[in-house]
Design a protein around this ligand. Structure first.
Ligand code: DAH
Length: 391
């Protein structure tokens, strides 16, 4: 467009500089194609202020304003600024060329050049304001206006909560917490608990016996998943001399058919106290304190005679309280208990003539189901968040 005009001018002005277009043309940036031609022309203009005419200024203005208006990113805007307002850009070049224009012609050129500079600057500022947030956005494109990601805070499973609540009450009564292995031998699960060979509780159909590699004829070997936390009574007494006072929560396993109230795995909490002169009265008062604390001060308790191999005497504890009014049953069975059988004390090396003890055991799922009105034991292991989040 202005190429020919430029040439004509420079021919008329002496040395044909326009024939060496690259001289002085580069501002350091690589020049190619159409842009290269433009730079050739620009070079001619710089060297020959007379090449500047008002049409050239109008042309730069038009292209510059369009470039600023068209910029859609901070990078594009910066490129347009560099070309039109930068140190080697068009505006500087045209203003700088003024000094070479003969003084008598400078008026209109000066006015046009200053106006060009002002308009380009204004257009640049407007584009910068328009692209402001984009220009400031970090390179990875993180959008600070997006809503935050909610961090899920989990909580203890209801069974864990129930165990902690019960254990805390017994801790206040001086019971330490004990534990034992889930894979047990027959001595701890049966023999030491006064459940002799041939007792129906040892029936292979009623226990998860483990077939250990190398066992002859695939016969069950004397290892099993414990069927009761009473095993921890034995393990504790083996390690400790009386007095003993422990509470022992844990999982137990029985091959029951799963339904709303039975599961092959559930939790029990065992209690054991052994010392000189402990009586059934001590057992009763400890259980009463616990029951009133856990089920409410209005709770009534009754002890019903029962049989357990590892206690003598033995009882089951029934409660009656406002919490279970809706069940419309006057008495609910919640645990088994009794005075530790002398055979059990003997099995761990205690002297039954010197010490006595009491023990009790309760099912955690059963207590949690009663307290929270849960109708199906399978909810505890189904991992359904709609259930778990309720507690
Ligand atoms: N181990 C018994 C069961 O699984 C529960 C039990 C009853 C534990 C009486 C005791 C106890 O310590 O004294 O059914």
């Amino acid at each position: 467009m202005r190429l020919n005009a430029g040439r004509k001018n420079c021919r008329g002005k002496g040395p044909p500089l326009c024939q060496k277009p690259q001289a002085g043309a580069s501002n350091g940036a690589p020049v190619i194609g159409a842009a290269r031609l433009a730079r050739k022309r620009d070079a001619a203009i710089v060297r020959h202020p007379m090449a500047m005419d008002l049409a050239e200024i109008a042309d730069v203005e038009q292209r510059g304003l369009a470039a600023f208006a068209a910029a859609t990113s901070a990078a594009e805007l910066e490129e347009a600024r560099r070309v039109y307002l930068g140190g080697s850009g068009h505006a500087k070049r045209i203003l700088g060329g003024l000094k070479d224009v003969p003084r008598e012609q400078r008026g209109p050129f000066g006015k046009a050049a200053n106006e060009l500079n002002a308009k380009l600057t204004q257009a640049f500022e407007a584009a910068r304001a328009r692209l402001g947030s984009a220009a400031e956005a970090p390179r990875d494109g993180f959008d600070i206006t997006r809503p935050g990601r909610r961090r899920e805070v989990g909580h203890a499973h209801l069974i864990t909560q129930t165990i902690e609540e019960i254990a805390t009450i017994f801790q206040r009564l001086g019971f330490a917490q004990a534990e034992g292995p889930e894979v047990e031998d027959e001595f701890h699960n049966f023999d030491a608990l006064n459940i002799p060979a041939g007792h129906p509780a040892r029936n292979p159909e009623d226990n998860f016996y483990l077939r250990v590699a190398g066992a002859a004829d695939g016969q069950p070997v004397p290892l099993l998943l414990r069927s009761q936390t009473s095993t921890i009574q034995i393990r504790t007494m083996e390690k400790t001399q009386p007095p003993v006072r422990v509470i022992a929560p844990g999982r137990v396993y029985r091959p029951d058919t799963v339904d709303a109230t039975h599961h092959f795995m559930f939790h029990q909490i065992e209690g054991l106290a052994v010392a000189e002169d402990l009586t059934f009265g001590d057992l009763k008062s400890v259980l009463e304190l616990f029951i009133r604390e856990y089920f409410g001060a209005d709770t009534k308790m009754r002890l019903r005679p029962h049989y357990f191999p590892f206690t003598e005497v033995s009882a089951e504890v029934d409660i009656n309280c406002a919490m279970f009014k809706h069940l419309k049953k006057p008495w609910l069975e919640i645990l088994g208990c009794g005075m530790v059988h002398p055979n059990v004390l003997q099995a761990v090396g205690y002297d039954p003539d010197k010490v006595t003890g009491f023990a009790f055991g309760m099912g955690v799922e059963r207590i949690a189901m009663l307290k929270h009105r849960i109708g199906d034991i399978r909810h505890f292991v189904a991992n359904d968040l709609r259930f778990l989040r309720q507690f």
